[in-house]
Design a protein around this ligand. Structure first.
Ligand code: HPA
Ligand code: ZN
Length: 326
């Protein structure tokens, strides 16, 4: 459509993207064959039959087991390279990508294997089609703070390849405060900070408050429930904290895209951005998310351009480079 072509042509950054959430069924089959791994499903259709999500937990129960096909540096390379190729085709010029090292080290794959594979794809994609990409190391919040700290220390030799740290996985009973010491250490080591505050969690507002006031994050992932607290909305706006919203993901893990909330926050002057989260599972890459939101909320050209500019404003690129996108 005209809308899709326009959105694809807009220069955009992607700020909320889990590399492990870009594992398309075709690549899963290819890696399984290469590594001699037997899969329960035999066709793409059978794999997609398992994509029945009604909340974050039911998504994570499909997301983690799929990763067992990722074993060698080449596997991580292929995963990231395929994503970067797709992102480029969607008009993404810059991407800050989450990865979950504990989902791999926890099953015996060395940290070095994961990050060297991802890094080689970043270097190659930059050279071949000019896209810039950074890595954000996410800690799994449903594991211990001690395990997160050990993972941070394991990452220090690779600090030049990692721009920031994040927090993902099951939020229930795992507040930001659990990881206060880990994030304080990460900040001292020079990493930028972000955290998931997922949609409609039991303690969404308290978690958002902790992330903003106690941890001092530089960005908030999802964070859409901030609409429930005017004081926090003003705080995020005054501090220039960007929200990385994921409309199509929202429609999978809740029953709504949360478009009223997302557009409302945009109109109130927050640095709202639109992102894909786990595009292989939610069947929508970055531009597809802009189109879905635009069609659902009736966005005009001006708002689409504002969202695209926000994606660079909320990113961690240098001010000189930012100026070229505004
Ligand atoms: N939330 C929490 N954990 C995740 C997500 C998410 O959106 N995607 C992948 N792991
Ligand atoms: Zn996410």
């Amino acid at each position: 459509s005209d809308l899709a072509a326009f959105v694809r042509g807009l220069p955009k950054a992607e700020l909320h993207l889990h590399l492990e959430g870009t594992l398309e069924p075709e690549l899963k089959f290819r890696l399984a064959r290469r590594n001699g791994i037997e899969l329960a499903e035999r066709t793409v259709d059978e794999v997609e039959q398992t994509y029945r999500f009604h909340d974050l937990t039911s998504f994570l129960q499909v997301y983690y087991p799929a990763m067992r096909v990722l074993l060698e540096p080449a596997d991580f390379h292929d995963l990231a390279y395929d994503y970067l190729t797709r992102a480029h085709a969607q008009g993404i010029r810059h991407v800050e990508m989450f990865f979950d090292p504990q989902a791999h080290t926890g099953r015996g794959v060395p940290f070095a294997t994961v990050i060297e594979g991802y890094r080689s794809a970043i270097v190659r994609a930059r050279r071949e089609f000019g896209i810039s990409a950074e890595l954000i190391l996410c800690f799994l919040r449903d594991h211990s703070a001690e395990y997160a700290m050990a993972t941070l220390l394991e990452a220090l030799p690779y600090r030049d390849w990692i721009i920031g740290v994040g927090l993902d996985s099951d939020e229930r009973g795992n507040p930001p405060s659990k990881f206060a010491a880990v994030f304080a250490r990460a900040r001292r080591e020079g990493f930028l900070l972000t955290m998931h505050c997922d949609i409609d969690q039991q303690d969404s507002i308290e978690h958002i408050r902790q992330a903003l006031e106690d941890i001092g994050v530089d960005r908030l992932d999802h964070g859409t429930n901030i609409v429930e607290d005017d004081r926090l909305v003003e705080l995020a706006r005054d501090k220039g904290i960007a929200l990385t919203c994921c409309p199509v993901s929202n429609s999978f893990v809740t029953s709504r895209m949360k478009s009223d909330e997302i557009v409302g926050l945009l109109n109130r002057g927050l640095t709202v951005t639109v992102n894909s989260d786990d595009p292989a599972y939610f069947k929508a890459y970055a531009a597809d998310n802009y189109v879905a939101l635009a069609e659902h909320a009736g966005l005009g050209i001006d708002q689409l351009v504002a969202l695209a500019k926000n994606s660079f404003r909320g990113s961690w690129i240098t001010p000189a480079r930012l100026a070229r996108f505004l």
